[in-house]
Design a protein around this ligand. Structure first.
Ligand SMILES: Nc1ncnc2c1ncn2[C@@H]1O[C@H](COP(=O)(O)OP(=O)(O)O)[C@@H](O)[C@H]1O
Ligand SMILES: [Mg+2]
Length: 237
């Protein structure tokens, strides 16, 4: 079984969107098609204490994968790898403010229950996905996430650019890629494009596999299919 954690200190970069939709496209491939009552081998887990109200939690009973709100279950998070019958776990995490960024001795994840949950989940993480957007405001929080949290722990990771709108032209995209490459971070070939349908879906608690089969929605979904495939064939590394 593999635990994928979606992490970036910065809020609003697409952590929740990516965690839930990777679970959706993975379940779409792995769930039993001939037995709708069979348990899904896929789970999306949130350790974001603020996420519980707005997250996909209201759909616990009817999404095609397990959905678990676990920010207050540190013991359960430590045992995440023991879940039998689950093959893929995608963990959504909260952003955090690195108040002590200049203080080398303090833990960059901070203190308190939310930080404890983050540490617990990073202890069992097999792989971390670091989403970022094509805007300079995103660069330093992404750098701190990688340098202070991931590199010291030695957890393998992949940066993925999310929410890029092709109508804005390539300049911001190329600058962001150059920034990632200058830092020698592994970068996913897949760029998750901006589609309004994603924004609407997260507000409504739906996932890409439920989108209407029109051209734009299928393109929007394709980015997640492609990224899930890339994760499993080791792209960008
Ligand atoms: N590729 C995308 N296209 C359109 N909207 C997106 C995309 N990714 C994220 N969003 C929207 O941006 C907002 C922030 O995304 P979210 O996943 O909640 O970020 P985070 O969990 O990192 O705070 C949400 O409204 C979400 O619907
Ligand atoms: Mg979130």
């Amino acid at each position: 079984m593999a635990v994928h954690v979606v992490l970036n200190q910065k809020g609003g970069v697409g952590k929740s969107t990516i965690a839930v939709n990777l679970a959706a496209v993975t379940a779409d491939v792995l769930n039993h098609t001939d037995d709708p009552d069979a348990n899904s081998p896929v789970a999306a887990v949130s350790v974001d204490p603020q996420g519980s109200a707005v997250w996909w939690a209201s759909r616990i009973d009817d999404l095609p994968f397990h959905i678990v709100q676990a920010h207050d279950d540190i013991a359960g998070l430590r045992r995440l790898k023991d879940l039998s019958d689950i093959k893929h776990v995608y963990v959504d995490t909260p952003g955090w403010i690195d108040l002590n960024s200049e203080d080398e001795t303090s833990d960059p994840l901070g203190r308190g229950p939310a930080a404890d949950a983050l540490r617990a989940v990073l202890d069992v993480a097999d792989f971390v996905i670091v989403p970022m957007e094509t805007e300079p405001l995103c660069f330093q929080p992404t750098a701190r996430t990688i340098r202070k949290v991931l590199e010291p722990r030695g957890i393998p990771y992949l940066v993925v650019i999310n929410n890029w709108d092709p109508r804005d032209g390539r300049t911001d995209l190329d600058e962001t890629k150059a920034f990632v490459r200058a830092n020698r971070w592994p970068l996913a070939h897949t760029v998750i494009r901006h589609y309004k349908v994603h924004t609407r879906a997260s507000a409504e608690g739906t996932v890409v596999t439920e989108y209407a089969a029109n051209r734009v929605s299928l393109q929007a979904r394709q980015d997640f299919d492609k990224f899930a495939l890339e994760l499993n064939i080791g792209g960008g590394r």
